[in-house]
Design a protein around this ligand. Structure first.
Ligand code: 0RA
Length: 737
């Protein structure tokens, strides 16, 4: 919502525009917050935090507190001016009620009063209200503490004064997302902290505190960076060796819709890769846009001009230098504030405002030239690195030429190991990257030849974090990959040439498999990020178990699925009785057993955290996810006529164990050690058949973190890598793409 104009100091309730009602949001939540899964769930928090950040940017707020409460709700508290509580003249309601129940209420969106921060969807706190089972808002303003409460967007307790607060001011919003709308059930501290940290970098001096009261760990973190995006660059480069200090340039220019501000921090490191993170109005612009092109243009022309004028770059060399060369080893954060941002591109994360390119380019160009003139030693290092990169690229040209997709039409230049599909429509075509020749062979024989191509990968894939482009391109596995995918590489990159829109990594579920998977993901992330951004990259999910009973074979994906399976089988010719001794029907018995299995696993989890489940259940004050899960489960248990004493007395555990043991009867359970153990039919049936398979799409949800983690996983620093791998058991799902 646009609160910026209020900073002009003449806010009154009339300014609030009434655009739309609440029901629309509940009817089509995804339209307003993107989705109703994990992303949308966390997006609710960002919407509320954005309002506090706006208060901070207007100069009225210094600290924002975000707390995950014990009951699973979340509070965002700030020390800003407080949402106005006076009467809205036309709506005949307090302004705060209008702000929280009317979409887009809060200010006009004309150029002079633009919203500075704002989530991807920028829909405002009223949306969060509509999508919350309940919301409570407390405002400190004018010496009084005011409170109002809502449920699913409707007032349940009108605004009232509940106390005095002296000259304290601020807003505190507490909400519990509506679980009939969201599939996500809890806030993830890691996900929240990543965005809060990013916001603290982008808004220097603002203190953002995070507290988790829900889990037993009681995590607490404070993010405050007086160095702003300079500190952001240092954070991103934490696992790399710097070649230059952090350079910072900023300025503003009048644009057609108001003042455009631009801020850039950059540093060169000895890495061979480039990190460019760009933002507009605190929103990450994954697809780049005019601010990025303006920045790049300034960098290229300044390096060229300074290098030539100072005889560091010879004429012949200048012709050979490309923009990519000048960005090798560069880490840059570009942040602009634009009054009326236009977001374009596939995911609406590409800044489109044309004038921004020239503005950023002129600010950076001017100041970078001055910096080089005042720091010739740094300029020299940057230019030397650039020339080295260019030479390496030149040396790799031969390799690159042969890697290019020149004769793809006749299939001649495709790698020999590739078993291509016959279909030529990329949208229907899939490329399987398979670990090892033996699994590759099964995949090749078992696949659907029309749509599925197989590329077996032998041995380890090159670690692109540690190799310059010439070595990357000389590597056979990588060359096969590039040719097979068809988009080219580096300056030649062209996503529209992708030969497949699904690239599926299929590796064993062991340490080697994880390693190969990580190397491949690093390659895609560093060298072909657009594949990940577009959602073309997948991880195959081969089954963990093969279960055979009376000659019938079934495949099971996970340990939890195996438990479920055993219970269903166990109930076959097995009678479960309720407390009165009457037999339950199959369906009811099945639900009952699943519930018992849940109680068993929750109890185990609670015990692992050092609690006694029995005590926790009996304690009405007990909060936290474990306690609330137990309470829910035991209240379900009552529905079957049983109480806690039946579980804690061991009686129901015995039934559960019996059914499980019965389920195992006459059953052979085999745990796969690798893909190679499956024959071609088996591999197709379980892992490749589009009608039955499970796959994970690789997402790039937090690029900053992903980049740091990749540097950590793939860089030279051994100790942090060892720790990370140990802590995360090399499971890519923990990398949170
Ligand atoms: C409307 C007008 C003013 C402030 C706010 C809204 C406001 C909203 C939120 C939401 C979370 N924290 C907030 N802080 C402030 C300006 C009021 C004035 O002029 O005094």
């Amino acid at each position: 919502m646009g609160f910026k104009e209020m900073s002009e100091g003449n806010y009154n309730a009339e300014n609030i525009q009434v655009l739309e009602g609440m029901e629309a949001v509940r009817k089509r939540p995804a339209m307003y917050i993107g989705d109703t899964g994990e992303r949308g769930y966390h997006h609710l928090v960002y919407e509320v935090v954005d309002n506090s950040i706006d208060e901070a940017l207007a100069g009225y707020c210094t600290a924002v507190d975000v707390t995950v409460n014990a009951d699973g709700s979340l509070t965002v508290k700030d020390d800003g001016r407080g949402i106005p509580v006076d009467m809205h003249p036309t709506q005949k309601k307090p302004a705060i009620e209008v702000v929280l129940t009317v979409l887009h209420a809060g200010g006009k969106f004309d150029g002079s009063n633009y919203k500075v921060s704002g989530g991807l969807h920028g829909v405002g706190v009223s949306c969060v209200n509509a999508l919350s089972e309940w919301m409570k808002v407390e405002v400190r303003r004018g010496g009084k503490i005011h409170r109002i409460e809502f449920s699913r967007g409707h007032v349940t307790k009108p605004l009232e004064i509940v106390g005095e607060c002296g000259d304290e001011t601020g807003t505190s919003v507490t909400f519990f997302p509506d679980h009939t709308i969201f599939s996500c059930r809890a806030f993830k501290p890691d996900v929240l902290c990543a965005r809060l940290r990013e916001l603290a970098f982008l808004n220097k001096g603002v203190t953002i505190r995070f507290r988790d009261e829900e889990s037993e760990q009681r995590r607490e973190e404070t993010f405050r960076y007086d160095g702003g995006i300079d500190e952001f660059v240092l954070y991103l480069d934490q696992n790399k060796k710097p070649l230059s200090p952090v350079m910072h340039f900023e300025g503003s220019r009048e644009g057609t819709t108001g003042t455009v501000q631009a801020e850039v921090s950059l540093q060169y490191t000895d890495s061979y890769n480039t990190v460019e993170q760009t933002y507009c109005n605190n929103i990450r612009t994954i697809e780049g846009g005019t601010h990025l092109s303006g920045f790049r243009r300034a960098l290229t022309s300044t390096i060229n001009k300074y290098g030539t004028d100072n005889k560091l770059i010879k004429d012949k060399e200048r012709e050979m230098l490309s923009g990519d060369d000048m960005r090798e080893g560069l880490t840059a954060v570009v942040s602009v504030k634009v009054p009326q941002p236009q977001f374009e591109g596939q995911t609406k994360t590409k800044l489109g405002n044309g004038e921004v390119e020239g503005i950023v380019s002129s600010i950076v160009g001017e100041k970078l030239m001055t910096f080089f003139e005042e720091n010739p030693a740094v300029a020299k290092i940057v230019i030397e690195k650039t020339l080295l990169a260019a030479r390496a690229r030149e040396a790799a040209r031969a390799a690159r030429e042969s890697t290019r997709r020149k004769g793809v039409m006749d299939g001649l230049s495709l790698p020999g190991k590739l078993s291509d599909c016959s279909c030529r429509d990329p949208e229907k075509s899939e490329l399987y990257l398979v670990e090892g020749d033996s699994a590759g062979g099964s995949a090749k024989d078992g696949r659907d030849r029309a749509t599925q191509a197989i590329l077996p990968l032998r041995g380890k894939v090159l670690n692109v974090e540690k190799a310059r482009i010439d070595r990357v391109l000389a590597n056979n596995e990588i060359r096969s990959l590039i040719t097979a995918i068809g988009c080219g590489f580096g300056d030649d990159w062209d996503i529209s040439k992708a030969r497949y829109h699904k690239i599926i990594i299929m590796t064993d579920a062991d340490v080697d498999g994880s390693h190969i998977r990580t190397l491949l993901l690093t390659f895609f992330y560093r060298k072909m990020p657009e594949l990940i951004e577009r959602g073309y990259v997948y991880l195959a999910q081969p089954p963990l178990y093969k279960v055979e009973r009376r000659k019938r074979i079934e495949y099971v994906l996970t340990d939890e699925d195996l438990t479920k399976k055993l219970l269903v089988l166990g109930l076959d010719d097995f009678e479960v009785k309720d407390k009165t001794g009457a037999a339950m029907d199959k369906e009811r018995a099945n639900g009952f057993m699943r519930l018992l299995a849940e109680i068993e696993s929750t109890s185990k989890m609670v015990e692992e955290r050092g609690f006694d489940p029995k005590e926790l259940l009996a304690d009405p004050e007990a909060k936290g996810s474990g306690a609330s899960m137990l309470k829910k489960e035991f209240s379900s248990l009552e529905g079957y006529g049983y109480g806690p004493e039946d579980w804690f007395g061991g009686r129901l555990q015995k039934t559960l164990d019996e059914v499980r043991a019965h389920g195992k009867n006459g059953l052979s359970i085999y745990r796969f050690k690798g893909l190679g153990e499956m024959d071609k039919e088996e591999l197709f049936d379980t892992t490749m058949d589009p009608a039955k398979r499970h796959m994970l799409r690789v997402r790039l949800s937090d690029a900053a973190e992903a980049d740091r983690i990749f540097s950590l996983l793939m860089g030279d620093e051994v100790e942090p890598r060892r720790r990370f791998i140990e802590e995360n058991a090399l499971n890519v799902r923990n990398l949170d793409f």
